[in-house]
Ligand binder design. Structure first.
Ligand SMILES: Cc1cc2nc3c(=O)[nH]c(=O)nc-3n(C[C@H](O)[C@H](O)[C@H](O)COP(=O)(O)OP(=O)(O)OC[C@H]3O[C@@H](n4cnc5c(N)ncnc54)[C@H](O)[C@@H]3O)c2cc1C
Length: 415
């Protein structure tokens, strides 16, 4: 844990703005100005109590939120490129709450029973806010552990497993029941749950790697980044060359993981420029420092091999002005090849189509659950949020969706 002196130095940088833009930048609407003021006054418990009004993931969000795009990006001091390190301050308070076992406040009496499907940030936050308001919650989770992408997506070197486990435990300790190894659409159905519970929240994520839709994609040695991280497939990377295709967090996390697992060479291929990569700048920097190579402005157009991957064919890209727009296009006669042993797809993800179709709910055009701003679905007893409902795919946005759906469920149950 960071020492108090350095935390105080960070907190004292806060200007205590009259209109704090940082709060507007935070998907969870955390009272950032308020909790930093409490830190300045050395009242850490009060800082925790303020934060826990809006979140149960302090230690996690403090570590892995894309702060530069959220709270810190909105901080007045960002103009001088020296924003208050809000993430570090939130992490400090969250870690203190774990260390000193500050309980999450809740009401004791149980009034209704709600099923939460999926134990990721959306499901866990929904469950916690329901239980805080005196509602019995049972989480149904397909794995034999909770946390979702916090446990099986974001690697240990960015988010220590012990932090996730302790955060999850504090939520479960509110008195939440968990049924592990239960898969919606397989071992349980919405119809069964509707009979048993007063309301249902679905937060099953969308963690299936998108296809590249190019020749050679079915060859042995082509994998999805999301699946590699989630199922920890036993693949021999020792002395191998791996190409990772994509420019987001999944591409960075997969490439860094595979390098640590012994790959000789890892090359990230991205179709646009470095400046346009959606991955966090810190992650790109760390990847470079760890020896990951980058090939920008290149599209993979073919994977070559007999039974397994031997090489890839690429084509270079550039922007071309068309009317008043800039369009990314392939450069003619710029094809080239790279030899490699594996190709990892990291170009986005989607929800399990079979599961989604089994829900009898209205879906969006990209196959996610259609919800309104409050988390209502087309079935009045069923609510949804997080990646499964197509929100902006970050932990804080998923948690916000879970928390807000919990309030909508409470409203529905009290009608
Ligand atoms: C590699 C990677 C790195 C990322 N890095 C960051 C980051 O640094 N910062 C950030 O803010 N965001 C990051 N994200 C995005 C973030 O993790 C997700 O947006 C967030 O976890 C979504 O939360 P969720 O609860 O909706 O879904 P998930 O976290 O996917 O959780 C869904 C849960 O539902 C369970 N489940 C799935 N199907 C079923 C079923 N049929 N029945 C029962 N249970 C089911 C799953 O096992 C899981 O526990 C990253 C994502 C990935 C893949």
């Amino acid at each position: 844990m960071e020492n108090v002196k350095s935390i105080m130095k960070k907190a004292n940088k806060c200007l205590d703005c009259t209109k704090p833009a940082c709060i507007v930048g935070c998907p969870l609407d955390n009272d950032i100005k308020g909790f930093i003021k409490c830190i300045k006054e050395e009242n850490y418990k009060a800082a925790y109590n303020l934060l826990s009004k809006t979140t149960v993931l302090e230690s996690i969000c403090g570590r892995i939120c894309p702060h530069e795009k959220q709270c810190q990006g909105a901080c007045r001091k960002e103009i001088k490129k020296a924003p208050v390190k809000i993430g570090r301050l939130e992490e400090f308070i969250g870690d203190l709450a774990i260390k000193d076992n500050w309980k999450i406040r809740s009401k004791a009496e149980a009034t209704h029973n709600v099923a939460v499907i999926g134990g990721g940030p959306a499901g866990l936050t929904c469950a916690a806010f329901l239980k805080k308001h005196g509602i019995n919650v049972t989480i149904y989770e397909k794995h034999n552990y909770l946390g979702g992408l916090l446990s099986h997506g974001i690697p240990e070197f960015r988010l220590p497993k012990t932090i996730t486990e302790k955060t999850v435990q504090r939520i479960i300790d509110l008195g939440i029941e968990v049924k592990y190894n239960e898969t919606l659409g397989k071992t349980i159905t919405i119809e069964q749950l509707e009979k048993k519970y007063d309301a249902i929240f679905i937060g099953i994520g969308a963690n299936i790697s998108n296809r590249m839709k190019i020749p050679g994609e079915k060859l042995k040695g082509v994998y999805g980044g999301n699946e590699i991280l989630e199922y920890k497939r036993k693949i021999d990377y020792e002395n191998k060359t791996v190409v990772v295709y994509g420019g987001g967090n999944v591409a960075m996390d997969t490439s860094r993981t595979l390098k640590k697992l012994g790959a000789k060479k890892v090359i990230v291929v991205y179709r646009k420029s470095e400046e346009e990569m959606p991955a966090d700048k810190d992650e790109i920097k760390a990847a470079k420092e760890e020896g990951i190579e980058f090939l920008f402005n290149n599209n993979i157009i073919k994977i070559i091999g007999k039974n397994k991957v031997k090489s890839i064919e690429l084509i270079k890209t550039h922007y071309k002005k068309s009317k008043d727009k800039l369009l990314l296009e392939n450069i003619r006669d710029s094809k080239h090849k790279i030899g490699c042993d594996y190709v990892i797809k990291a170009i986005g993800s989607h929800a399990n189509r079979r599961t989604m179709n089994s829900l009898n709910l209205k879906l969006t055009n990209n196959g996610r659950i259609k919800i309104d701003k409050k988390g209502n679905t087309s079935n009045k007893k069923v609510f949804a949020g997080g990646d499964a409902a197509g929100n902006i795919a970050t932990v804080a946005w998923a948690a916000r969706a879970g928390r807000n759906a919990a309030y909508t469920i409470i409203e529905y149950l009290n009608k």
